[in-house]
Design a protein around this ligand. Structure first.
Ligand code: URA
Length: 410
């Protein structure tokens, strides 16, 4: 089949064979299939979905578009990935904690996607932090300090690198086959032994219902295990932001607070849950209670914070340098009552409007802007109460504060 026929077959809901999928992805990675054909294909997949066998072929083709890594240490290589959320800084907190627990953490992360933030964009708010490592640099940082959070090198799952950026700006993010292929290709190519996936559902997630999140979790674990990586998944709530901070530098600040034993409970609890399940999956601990206790100790004794600072230094940054934060503008409630719902993805979009995310491929990021969101579902508030602070340039403050205010249902 030529590329147009492959797109047409998917548009008509036909099942594609492994060769057609392999040919398409290889062509996209080497540049012979242009963005416009890949966008059409992604949209066809969005509407028609794929069978499990097609998703396995898609993921395998994305892995085969580049190199794969192997880890020779006696310690298991583990990783965690989220399907995307608002205020989701778990990777930044968890990677150094795990690295203090007899595992290696070669963590390949992504940039902002749709209304969700990206771990790489957040880390780049630390002045000097390089995310674009070669495979050798990535390997040597993991060998030296036990963890590294970086982008997939040019050579690791290059088809995902291109398709991820394309999906971000073509309305094709919330598709189970595309999410599975994207997440698993880079993780499996990075050679991890065990992987935990944080599958989010709710107003700030790509999967708006818990049923869809369950389908995604099921597909991620089935495909991951079929391709030889021990893969487990946890479903978590994204009907309100995770923690208080949403943005780039502000989320690094909040991650540091959690590692100092402070910070919001929901961030610490989810970090411990995902990390403890991962340590059990990697056979480092027998049960989740013991694993959770071991992870908590890395916060209590300061070793995880020290590890984060080491990792940042290895990437060229300095965690102790203050990070930029734009001027603060309060958002006040227009009504009294109880908070009944939060349109969490609007909060993510507000950060994009302030310049903290991208509207098109390659847009620069303003790391200094963000939101401090002060309320939770169920809170009682009075008219005039400050519900959030928005950090942005004064000329964007009116738009940003309106968007944040409108995200809260009373
Ligand atoms: N994270 C990824 O890496 N890819 C997706 O498609 C969604 C979340």
């Amino acid at each position: 089949m030529n590329v147009a026929q492959i797109i047409e077959a998917k548009r008509e809901g036909k099942e594609l064979d492994a060769d057609s999928i392999g040919q398409l992805l290889a062509g996209y990675a080497d540049g012979s299939v242009p963005d416009y054909q890949m966008s059409a294909f992604a949209m066809a997949v969005f509407f028609q979905s794929m069978t499990k066998d097609e998703i396995v072929s898609l993921t395998r083709a994305m892995i085969n578009s580049g190199d794969t890594m192997k880890w020779e240490s006696s310690k298991p290589a583990v990783d965690k990935h989220s399907t995307g959320g608002v205020g989701d800084k778990i990777s930044i907190v968890l990677a150094p904690m795990l690295a203090c627990c007899d595992v290696e953490v070669p963590m390949i992360s992504g940039r902002g996607l749709g209304s969700t933030g990206g771990t790489l964009d957040k880390l780049e708010s630390i002045q000097g932090y390089r995310t674009d490592l070669s495979s050798d640099e990535f390997r040597s940082i993991v060998n030296w300090c036990g963890c590294s959070i970086a982008s997939a090198s040019e050579k690791l799952a290059p088809a995902d690198r291109k398709l991820y950026a394309l999906r971000d700006v073509t309305g094709t993010v919330p598709s189970i086959p595309l999410i599975v292929g994207s997440i698993l290709s880079k993780k499996i190519a990075a050679g991890v032994d065990a992987l935990v996936l944080d599958v989010k559902w709710g107003s700030g997630a790509f999967m708006k219902t818990i049923d869809k999140a369950q389908q995604l979790a099921e597909m991620l674990t089935v495909v991951g295990n079929e391709l030889g990586t021990k893969t487990i998944a946890e479903i978590s709530d994204m009907n309100q932001p995770l923690g208080k901070m949403i943005g780039n530098s502000v989320e690094i600040d909040e991650s540091v607070e959690v590692l100092q034993g402070k910070g919001p409970d929901d961030v610490r609890e989810l970090t411990l849950l995902l990390g403890s399940r991962l340590l059990v999956a990697a056979n480092v601990e027998q049960d989740v209670e013991a694993a959770s206790q071991r992870l908590q100790t890395t916060i209590d004794d300061g070793s995880a914070l020290k590890k984060l600072a080491e990792m940042v230094e290895a990437h060229g940054g300095d965690l102790n340098q203050p990070r930029e934060r734009a001027d603060s503008h309060p958002v006040t409630s227009m009504e009294s009552g109880t908070i009944s719902r939060i349109n969490t993805d609007r909060l993510g979009l507000a950060v994009i409007e302030m310049g903290g995310g991208r509207k098109k491929i390659g847009d620069p990021i303003d790391h200094a802007c963000g939101i401090e969101f002060l309320v939770r579902i169920g809170d009682k508030i009075n008219k005039g109460d400050v519900v959030a602070n928005v950090f942005c340039d004064a000329k964007l403050a009116a738009v940003a504060t309106n968007l944040v205010g409108a995200s809260i249902g009373i």
